[in-house]
Design a protein around this ligand. Structure first.
Ligand code: NAD
Ligand code: UD1
Length: 331
């Protein structure tokens, strides 16, 4: 099958392309390199040995997206393209609403005009309200603490409404928890521009000597060791969830939402400890004040994806730490 991957030069999109090509699908990538890189596309080609069409274009530009779909005759779209830095979204809300909403609507419009009816959408655990009991199910209350999260809630609503108006469509909303790790080759991984906001890239860059130390944001939370707990999911497992969502979209119409998480939480200190033990590296760190907006504990209830997609995360914490370091130490 030929699949359009928006944001395919980014972290998750590049891993998706590698897996689709490995399993015999064709991919067409569109990315404006606002955060993605040519290096990620080169990595995909190196891993798979396959050339694929790439368009450097803005997905908000609906006619261009439509031209690409028309020229390439794709059957399915995976829409990764979006801005994702939570802190930046607070400072630049308009840019986030514009980019994330317009790109999603442009994709829908182009799909409708070109008769492409299957869409997989990157949503986030950032769509859940902070006062939900854990673990989070797909019916936990929605509500964000930052513009980034609101863009995902709004895109989900647009896509639900779109499916009502277009009954032939199949849209799968995937709410990712904390994606970490890298491709087993070490050739592609999470490579944020500038100083990383997220824990795992900061840990691996610190281990590489790019930062003096990791600052752990708060050790006075109501958790066993006082540091925040998150549901970290290996990128390979996350991609497996997408492969299953693509199959699901072939057999089901309408809009369905799934959590993609492991169902197990680890604290920041547990992540540091696992990274040190797995890679035999001592990580310099200190305790810093809490980061505004963080909540103590977040983890998924992954049962719906288990039951309806046959999805189970298989990779261990050690896999996540080893693969993250393999990619970082290659750079
Ligand atoms: P990323 O920044 O590495 O990838 C996004 C890609 O989209 C980048 O290559 C960027 O250049 C491209 N892009 C952005 N706006 C564009 C536009 N208007 N036109 C064309 N290209 C555009 O991020 P990622 O971690 O790979 O995330 C992919 C998606 O998953 C995003 O929508 C993100 O919000 C969502 N998500 C990610 C995580 C995570 O843990 N990484 C968690 C939840 C949700
Ligand atoms: C954030 C976003 C989430 C997004 C995800 C991946 C929020 C509320 N959520 O999740 O929407 O999907 O990133 O982009 O912002 N930490 C440190 N030191 C650091 C960095 C992080 O101690 O230098 C801690 C944080 O306080 C947090 C944990 O590590 O407790 C994980 O942080 P991070 O990787 O940024 O992810 P989230 O905040 O869970």
């Amino acid at each position: 099958m030929k699949i359009l991957v928006t944001g395919g030069a980014g972290y998750i999109g590049s891993h998706m392309c590698a897996e689709l090509l490995r399993t015999g699908h064709e991919v067409v990538v569109v990315d404006n390199f606002s955060n993605g890189t040519q290096g990620a596309l080169d990595g995909v080609k190196k891993i798979t040995g396959v050339e694929f069409p790439f368009y450097r274009a803005d997905v908000c530009d609906s006619p261009t997206v439509e031209e690409i779909m028309e020229a390439q005759k794709v059957e399915c779209v995976i829409h990764f393209a979006g801005l994702k830095a939570v802190g930046e979204s607070v400072a630049k809300p308009l840019e986030y609403y514009e980019n994330n909403l317009n790109s999603t609507m442009a994709v829908c419009r182009a799909m409708r005009n070109q008769g492409v009816s299957r869409l997989i959408f990157s949503s986030s655990a950032a769509t859940y309200r902070s006062d939900n009991p854990m673990p989070l199910t797909e019916s936990s209350a929605l509500g964000a603490t930052n513009p980034y999260g609101w863009t995902k809630i709004m895109c989900e609503q647009i896509l639900r409404d779109f499916c009502v108006g277009e009954p032939e469509f199949s849209v799968v909303l995937l709410r990712y928890f904390n994606a970490v790790g890298a491709h087993e080759s070490g050739l592609i991984g999470d490579c944020p521009a500038g100083i990383p906001n997220n824990l795992m890239p900061f840990i691996s860059q610190t281990a590489h000597g790019l930062h003096k130390e990791l600052k752990i944001f708060g050790n006075d939370y109501d958790t066993p060791d006082g540091t925040c707990i998150r549901d970290y999911i290996h990128i390979t497992d996350l991609i497996d969830g997408h492969v299953r969502a693509i199959d699901f979209s072939a057999k089901n119409k309408g809009c369905e939402v799934f959590n993609l998480g492991t169902g197990r939480g680890f604290s920041v200190l547990e992540m540091v400890d696992a990274f040190e033990k797995t890679n035999g590296i001592k990580l310099p760190y200190s305790i810093a004040p809490r980061r505004p907006g963080d909540i103590a504990t977040i983890y998924a209830n992954p049962e719906k994806a288990q039951k309806m997609l046959g999805f189970t995360a298989k990779k261990s914490l050690e896999d996540m730490c080893r693969d993250t370091w393999k990619f970082q130490s290659n750079m």
